[in-house]
Write a protein of this length. Structure first.
Lengths: 168, 254
């Protein structure tokens, strides 16, 4: 309800000193906001970089683990290779030794060694000499050894021997 | 800025011109509550008044100076074609009637108080209306504002002002005999009622009830005399004119 014949003049609530104070405060606020934004940007960049470094570290650790595993595997393989090499050498020697065991009156027509089993076929003139000589040697080398004889047309005997190496 | 204004207390300064000078009163208020009152002072010299007003203004960043206009040509506006509209300033009261003030007087008053700057100039009829606002809506009759130097009278019907008049009462209070003083006031009220009937504003309206806003503090004798002489029902209330002016100023800002 307006009952006055005049209307009031606009009031200057803020005095000059207060205006100056508010302006200063405003400038300070702006400076603080800008500084805060700047620092936030730097912090965010550092954070991103740190995250990348952490990822890299994880990646490198994984690679190191893989390399260690690979190294271990290779070391194991080297040991195995050495073992295989040694075994093969031993076997070669064994085979050489084995043929040295074959007496003069025994003729081998087949010698096959597969999966721990030695199969021999051949001819002999005397079963008795075979058993006392060659078979005794086989039984000392293999865990089990069995021989079957068959009389041949030419005189003498054909034999088939199966010897099994002990599996440990 | 409105938000800031709502947070601050406001100092309302009122000026009531009387024969001897100007009465100065002030209240510091916030959200319709009085925080501080400043005693009524009378200043004969304008220069002293202005110094006192400036001192009061320092009580708050928001200060409003209101003047009660009771010297100029003013009152209820009746569009009878005689008054030149360009020469008057009008205010609408409750969309029911209009009060006017001659522009020359308005400018003169603003010029006279230019040093301190006036924010409001109110008619005493506005003040009377606002003091009785709730009653006026349901009570027809003659509403009076009794001051030491003048009497303001308004006939109200259905919330509308039909008739207004004011009379100078400077001589009445100088009488030594209180009974004679009362007689002068009663006679003046009688004159007002007679003038209302003679003006034939509303021939169906009879003054049966008087509502008196009394700034002087008359005792029951006035009411008794009026009831005896005029055969009317009288309802008298004391009024603090300066405080009511503060309330009117506060209302104006809402």
């Amino acid at each position: 309800m307006k009952q006055s014949f005049i209307t009031p003049k606009p009031k200057a609530i803020l005095g000059a000193e207060l205006k100056w104070l508010l302006a200063t405060f405003g400038v300070l606020v702006i400076v603080m906001v800008v500084s805060s934004l700047f620092l936030n940007t730097i912090t965010n960049a550092s954070q991103t970089e740190l995250t990348a470094l952490v990822s890299k570290q994880v990646e490198l650790t994984q690679k190191q683990t893989e390399m260690t595993s690979e190294l271990t595997r290779l070391q194991e393989l080297a040991v195995m290779r050495e073992l295989v090499s040694t075994t093969n050498r031993l076997r070669k020697e064994n085979v050489k030794n084995f043929f040295d065991l074959v007496p003069n009156d025994v003729v081998l027509t087949l010698a096959e060694f597969r999966e721990g089993t030695l199969r021999l076929k051949g001819q002999t003139q005397s079963i008795k000499r075979f058993k006392n000589g060659f078979e005794r040697s086989l039984k000392s080398l293999f865990k089990r050894s069995s021989t079957q004889f068959k009389k041949s047309k030419e005189g003498g005997y054909t034999f088939t021997n199966i010897s099994i190496v002990e599996v440990k | 800025m409105k938000f800031l204004e709502a947070l601050l207390p406001k100092v309302y300064i009122t000026l009531i011109p009387i024969e001897m000078g100007t009465q100065l009163y002030g209240e510091l208020r916030k959200h319709s509550k009085v925080l501080k009152r400043f005693d009524m002072q009378l200043f004969e010299q304008k220069s002293e008044l202005f110094v006192a007003v400036q001192r009061l203004k320092r009580e708050s960043a928001l200060s409003y100076v209101a003047l009660l206009e009771n010297e100029a040509d003013h009152g209820l506006f009746i569009d009878d074609g005689v008054v030149e509209l360009s020469s008057i300033e009008k205010v609408n009261v409750a969309n029911a009637f209009e009060l006017y003030l001659r522009k020359d007087d308005l400018h003169e008053r603003q010029k006279a108080f230019k040093t301190i700057g006036l924010d409001f100039i109110f008619s005493p009829f506005s003040l009377l209306y606002n003091f009785y606002e709730k009653r006026i809506r349901s009570n027809d009759g003659l509403y009076l504002l009794l001051e030491e130097e003048r009497m303001v009278a308004a006939v109200m019907k259905n919330g509308v002002m039909l008739f207004s008049e004011q009379h100078g009462m400077q001589e009445a209070l100088h009488l030594v005999d209180t009974t004679k003083t009362i007689d002068v006031y009663v006679e003046t009220i009688q004159k007002v009622i007679k003038a209302f009937y003679e003006r034939k504003v509303d021939e169906t309206m009879f003054i049966e009830k008087l509502f008196i806003a009394d700034t002087i503090g008359f005792d029951i004798t006035l009411e008794n005399r009026l009831e005896e002489v005029l055969f009317v029902e009288v309802d008298k209330q004391n009024i603090n004119l300066a405080h009511e002016l503060v309330l009117l100023s506060e209302k104006e800002l809402v």
